[in-house]
Design a protein around this ligand. Structure first.
Ligand code: ZN
Length: 197
């Protein structure tokens, strides 16, 4: 079917988003055409504004639009760091209120097939924080995939010489599930029965 080029380009942009297949991309692009000019402008402005203003916190790498994220600012005395794969994984912890410590966003897990090696993760920054801030406990909340397992083992090895207790969430987290979507009760249980690495 022939479509105007600008519409085709819009479909292509939507298709490039994670979880959006060709059909959904087309539906979204056609939907945009039914919206008012003001609505479309606001949408476009918010896209640009979020991408320009939001950046990783220099200390924990959580997304923030401030110099330092609110968690680093208000809990600077905490001596525990919870390590997550991506910024959005922090949500279930904060929603459940179980953890009052600091976070660190690793930026992924080891995945040699996808070209993710130790250099692609922010491991040096993590080790430096644990050392410089005298962190007493590091809680690994990286999920339960084989990639997460090997990442957890590597972090454990990197921190061997430091006086920090490394723990990991209990296996209550369903295998292969995305931490971001874990409900509060599962998270509370997994957190409370966290064990040694
Ligand atoms: Zn921060």
């Amino acid at each position: 079917m022939h479509e105007p080029q600008s519409l085709e380009q819009l479909v292509a942009e939507f298709s490039s988003l994670p979880g959006i297949g060709a059909k959904t991309a087309r539906r979204l692009a056609y939907h945009i055409l039914t919206r008012s000019k003001e609505q479309v402008n606001r949408f476009a402005e918010r896209l640009v504004s979020a991408s320009e203003k939001v950046h990783p916190c220099p200390r924990c790498r959580l997304y923030t639009d401030e110099e330092l994220c609110p968690i680093c600012r208000t809990r600077s005395c905490a001596k525990a760091i919870c390590v997550v794969e991506k910024s959005s994984d922090v949500q279930p912890f904060e929603r459940s209120g179980i953890f009052k410590g600091l976070y660190f966003v690793l930026g992924g897990v080891l995945s040699p097939l996808d070209g993710v090696g130790p250099e692609q993760l922010h491991l040096n920054e993590l080790v430096a924080r644990v050392r410089d801030e005298n962190i007493e406990e590091l809680i690994l909340a990286l999920g339960s995939s084989p990639e997460a397992e090997s990442t957890a083992l590597l972090i454990g090895r990197l921190l061997e010489s430091l006086p920090v207790k490394c723990t990991r969430l209990a296996r209550g987290i369903p295998m292969g599930s995305d931490l971001e979507f874990v409900d509060e009760v599962t998270m509370l249980r997994a957190f409370e029965s966290r064990g040694a690495l």
